[in-house]
Design a protein around this ligand. Structure first.
Ligand code: MSP
Length: 470
């Protein structure tokens, strides 16, 4: 049994969850459930990123004390994570007292790589990111993601000397010691790394009050990303506790927009602390709505609760894990969502369960011991984080069982009194379904659990179909 640590990005709490946030959760949870399925011991972090100017300004806009604002939104995020059936073991808030103290200790441990200097340049509060002059020029002074002009900053900051770590990071990425997925992002990151200057890791208190104070310097507060990235190890108890049982993480799940922080600044921090690098950083694409980036100004933000309420949790996870590409940007539309539910979940899987259970019950089929297993093809896809392909693979199995029933016509065997043949045929079909169902478990755990419960002796068909057509 392996000890496996899995992490998700921690969202900013400057609003309520949207369907984009679900991507990190669905992917990391599927991986966590798969790891448990193959017998591993899993620690799985989730949490909320609560500092920074963006959040501070939003609280003000809402007329609330910032502590109250972040607590109320953090609660909504934790509730959302639970509604998505995420099997996390630890939930961290960056405003936790222990997290803040641990961040300060981490800062002190990095002291040899930190220096103070004047920063003159650009910043995007939407991204909470310092922007190079080149990038600012290329984007004509406006952040393409937030459609807001970059702010010009002139301030005294602390810097992390990225140059101390570049060679080691490049080597780790190139050799695959720290795997960046998908592979095509690897070269992008290597190029960014070459051009990466030292990074500013603090802001003057006069500019940013809502953050972790820099130890030994009252005038500065930590840059929100330093405090945010540290969550992955402070949640394990670092530096108070030895974290080697869990760290390095086997997989860290992030969106492609924040890969640069995880593939450059994060490894720099870890190397500075003398800690090993994560084994894999999986960066997923963006969920679009009707082909466009979701934004409040366009008015196309899809409410995840509405999606959940439409066809339930299994349908939500089914769509996001199968029809949203694991690595590339993909589109959510209500039409596609309804079609996937009715034509695939209800027709392919729901009907299959109903047909087999009804036939089995009517003909008193006794299953006895059924051996179920994970196919090697499926294991390979899951281990390579190709979740939507693994899901496709299982779905083909589901469809193949449906075809097999049509070809073998077990109801004819029953009608002709061919009891032995009928028994063998039904047992084989149900065993195939239960194997497929086992492989579905990480993706749609509640449906999978129900199917397992139906096909136990004596088989009782569900009174209401598993996925009623809508
Ligand atoms: N707080 C930082 C992450 C810190 S991790 C140490 C942050 N927060 S976020 O709220 O902007 O994003 C949280 C996660 O949601 C990121 O992985 C991001 O890529 C993901 N997504 C946000 N919008 C998304 C889509 N529309 N589609 C898919 N994922 C998206 O960045």
């Amino acid at each position: 049994m392996e000890k496996v640590y899995i992490t998700t990005a921690i969202p900013y709490v400057n609003g309520v969850p949207h369907i984009g946030h679900a991507m990190d959760y669905c992917l990391s949870d599927t991986y966590a459930r798969y790891q448990r399925l193959i017998g591993n011991d899993v620690k799985f972090q989730a949490g909320t990123d609560e500092h920074g100017n963006k959040i501070f300004l939003k609280a003000k806009e809402n007329g609330l004390p910032v502590e109250e604002y972040v607590s109320s939104n953090a609660q909504k995020f934790e509730q959302f994570v639970q509604e998505l059936g995420v099997s996390y073991t630890d939930f961290i808030r960056t405003t936790d007292k222990d997290h803040k103290r641990r961040c300060q200790e981490i800062w002190l441990k990095l002291k040899d790589h930190i220096y103070s200097a004047k920063y003159e340049g650009w910043y995007c509060t939407g991204c909470e990111r310092f922007v190079t002059a080149k990038e600012c020029e290329e984007n004509h002074g406006i952040c393409p993601d937030h459609q807001k002009p970059y702010e010009k900053l002139e301030e005294e900051n602390y810097y992390l000397r990225i140059s101390d770590f570049k060679d080691r990071i490049r080597e780790a990425i190139s050799s695959g010691e720290m795997l960046i997925l998908p592979d095509f992002r690897k070269n992008e990151i290597l190029k960014l790394l070459e051009d990466s200057p030292d990074v500013s890791i603090s802001r003057p208190k006069a500019q940013l009050t809502w953050g972790v104070p820099v130890p030994d310097d009252d005038s500065q507060v930590m840059y929100v990303w330093i405090d945010a990235l540290a969550n992955y190890i402070t949640v394990l108890g670092y530096p108070d506790t030895d974290i080697s049982a869990w760290w390095p993480a086997k997989a860290q799940f992030v969106g492609k927009d924040i890969l640069r922080f995880h593939a450059i600044i994060w490894p720099a921090i870890l190397i500075g602390l003398g800690l090993p690098l994560p084994r894999t950083i999986v960066s997923h694409g963006m969920v679009l709505a009707d082909g466009q980036k979701m934004s409040k100004s366009i008015g196309n933000v899809v409410d995840p609760i509405e999606v959940l309420n439409r066809h339930g949790l299994d349908a939500f996870r089914y769509f996001f894990l199968r029809h949203i590409d694991t690595f590339a940007d993909s589109d959510f539309t209500w039409e596609k969502y309804d079609a996937a539910y009715n034509n695939e979940l209800a027709n392919d899987l729901g009907n299959l369960v109903q047909r087999l259970a009804t036939l089995a019950a009517k003909n008193n089929i006794i299953l006895g011991d059924v051996s179920v297993e994970l196919d090697p093809e499926y294991n390979e896809l899951m281990n390579n984080f190709e979740f939507n392909k693994a899901f496709d693979y299982v779905w083909e199995k589901v469809q193949a069982i449906n075809r097999e029933i049509d070809e073998q016509k077990p109801w004819m065997l029953a009608k002709n009194g061919e009891t032995e043949k009928l028994n063998d045929c039904m047992k084989k079909l149900i065993a195939e379904l239960l194997s497929a169902n086992l492989m579905l478990e990480p993706f749609i755990p509640t449906a999978s659990e129900k199917i397992k419960a139906i096909f136990k002796d004596p088989i009782v068909p569900p009174k209401v179909p598993l996925f009623p057509k809508q």
